[in-house]
Design a protein. Structure first.
Length: 257
């Protein structure tokens, strides 16, 4: 009886340990594809890879799967690369970022850097733009982040600048469902701003809409999107964007582990 009791206790401990970590993950990798249908030019294709590593395992709990890391205040580092080669125009984008939620406090720090290089083979010309940003934030309530920062750019042709930024993100419940609301603005030479909203039909499925405007890149676009987690690890998402003289169609698949 004593051996049986010990075995039962060990089995219970192992079962608790497994169930307590089954919904946790510490990294995510994804691949994406975007097709841009231009009104006056041939369509272009772009491919991307991205990855995020969390300093500690993300506890999903009862959160929407797409918002688990934010609601768990999970510090992380991330990287991405996008590449396209279309009709002699080669475009490469790199990005690195870090988010740090200060332990035992409601403060947040974020930073990022990106590089965009476009090469025109026919006329032997290339354009390079480096962007960078940093922000500090505060979480005054569960699911709410308010942040202030600065975003700058440095172009190969000599143009540069740095502008103040403001950002807000709020994940809350609307009735029996979760919603995500986001807003961002950079004011000055950049004049960049965006808004986004996601409605979670359940913890695994969301639909949403977004709008983005950037004077530097002359981009003015709104879009609709949807994301579905097939299980705790695998997700699929898609987006259709509508610009002044183009439409975009994008898909992304990701895996968590």
């Amino acid at each position: 009886m004593k051996k049986l009791a010990i075995a039962s206790a060990l089995l219970s401990a192992v079962t608790f340990s497994i169930s307590g970590t089954a919904n946790a993950y510490q990294a995510e990798v994804g691949g994406s594809y975007t097709y841009t249908d231009w009104d006056d030019f041939d369509g272009t294709h772009n491919f991307g890879l991205d990855g995020t590593y969390y300093f500690n395992p993300v506890q999903v709990r009862n959160s929407p799967l797409n918002e688990a890391a934010f609601l768990d205040r999970s510090s992380n580092v991330k990287a991405k690369v996008n590449y396209g080669d279309n009709s002699g125009v080669e475009n490469t984008q790199y990005g690195l970022g870090v988010e740090y939620f200060v332990p035992n406090s409601d403060f947040y720090i974020g930073a990022n850097v990106g590089h965009n290089k476009t090469e025109f083979d026919d006329i032997n010309v290339e354009r390079k733009v480096t962007t960078y940003g940093a922000e500090v934030g505060y979480l005054p309530a569960p699911g709410l982040l308010l942040a202030l920062g600065v975003k700058g750019y440095d172009a190969k042709n000599g143009d540069d600048g740095a502008d103040p930024t403001v950002r807000a993100k709020y994940v809350t419940q609307f009735g029996q469902h979760d919603v995500n609301l986001e807003a961002y603005g950079a004011f000055g030479d950049l004049d960049e701003y965006s808004v986004r909203g996601d409605y979670y039909i359940d913890k695994t499925l969301s639909v949403g809409a977004d709008y983005y405007n950037n004077d530097l890149t002359e981009r003015d676009e709104w879009g609709i999107n949807a994301k579905k987690f097939l299980n705790q690890q695998v997700s699929l998402e898609g987006r259709v964007g509508f610009g002044d003289d183009y439409n975009t169609y994008g898909v992304r698949a990701a895996y968590r582990f």
